[in-house]
Design a protein around this ligand. Structure first.
Ligand code: G4P
Length: 295
């Protein structure tokens, strides 16, 4: 049995964070709009609230990516939660491409007034420049690939663009920075670390897999017991602790070691893999009602 109070202590190095901050701030000056990508299963934990400060009032929109893996009703509630605060948010899925077609029109709508003002001043036909940002693993590269149709970036230097940066030309006068801005996750809250680990955003090598699986089972027992029942024929709410529930799942899958005990490490790895692979269904780990705060 494992200690129940393990902590996820992954830290980003302060030097790395400072460099990232500088990069985002510098690149932000080159673009008209910032497109933030979050994981639809954990819209709060997969975003860094510092982004709003870094982009300093620049228009932005948020993409709820991986919506194919999230609970659709919950994602819709998140999107209306954002809309109520005047923030454009779109539900997308880069795996199938669902929703991706709405991104460029949403960017144009967001910048319509600015473009009209510029056209009135004689600056008609100026491209709209866009930068994609987000924490690791949310699907930033997938968004860029989807928008550009996998097209290689066109080499085109512009004033103020550091060497190596390239703009991809998209339909309708939009230019996309070919490298995304990488934000760091916000680790102040242990729950954030846990949810990032459940979704696989943090590598398993740095934490105890059995502990993580037990925590996931506790979440599932409270929120989606039916998903565990359907997949493993185990009533996860019937056990007094999550380790025993993990054993039951391992036993149901025949994961026994000589002597008849359950190989809980194997069961834990399998549970996490199956959860991340969407085998337990479309599940959301965060709901807007859980957070009594604005975006
Ligand atoms: P990043 O640039 O933000 O770090 O993320 P990236 O696009 O590399 O995507 C991270 C992982 O998430 C990739 O899987 C990618 O295929 C997957 N992914 C991206 N968007 C979606 C989506 O909308 N739905 C689903 N289900 N998955 C998505 P991977 O296992 O790391 O690589 P691979 O499977 O593509 O080889």
């Amino acid at each position: 049995m494992l200690e129940n109070n393990q902590e996820i202590t992954l830290q980003w190095f302060p030097g790395h964070m400072a460099k990232t901050r500088r990069l985002i701030t510098a690149n932000c000056k080159l673009v008209d709009i910032v497109v933030e990508v979050v994981d639809a299963r954990i819209p709060r934990s997969s975003r860094n609230p510092e982004l709003l400060h870094l982009i300093d009032g620049k228009p932005f929109l948020t993409l709820f990516n991986k919506s194919d893996m999230a609970d659709g009703g919950v994602t819709d509630r998140w999107i209306s939660h954002y809309k109520k605060q005047g923030i454009t948010a779109l539900k997308i899925d880069c795996k199938s491409g669902n929703g991706v077609g709405a991104i460029l029109p949403a960017i144009r709508t967001k910048l319509k007034d600015k473009m009209e003002r510029m056209a009135a001043k004689g600056a008609k036909g100026m491209p709209i420049r866009v930068m994609v940002v987000g924490i690791p693993n949310v699907g930033k590269s997938s968004v860029i690939n989807r928008l550009s149709g996998g097209k290689r970036a066109k080499v085109e230097d512009r004033p103020g663009v550091t060497r190596g940066k390239q703009w991809i030309t998209l339909p309708g006068g939009i230019e996309l920075l070919d490298t995304p801005g990488v934000l760091w996750p916000k680790f102040e809250d242990q729950n954030v670390g846990k949810k990032l680990a459940f979704t696989g955003a943090i590598r398993d090598q740095i934490m105890d897999v059995e502990w993580l699986a037990m925590k996931l089972l506790e979440f599932l027992a409270e929120n989606y017991p039916q998903a565990v029942q359907s997949r493993y024929k185990v009533d996860v709410t019937a056990y007094e602790d999550s380790f025993t529930a993990l054993e039951a799942i391992g036993r149901a899958r025949g994961m026994l070691v000589p002597g008849g005990q359950v190989d809980t490490l194997r069961a834990a790895t399998m549970l996490l893999d199956e959860f991340r692979g969407g085998k337990l269904g479309r599940l959301s780990l965060e709901r807007p009602e859980d957070f009594n705060e604005p975006v």
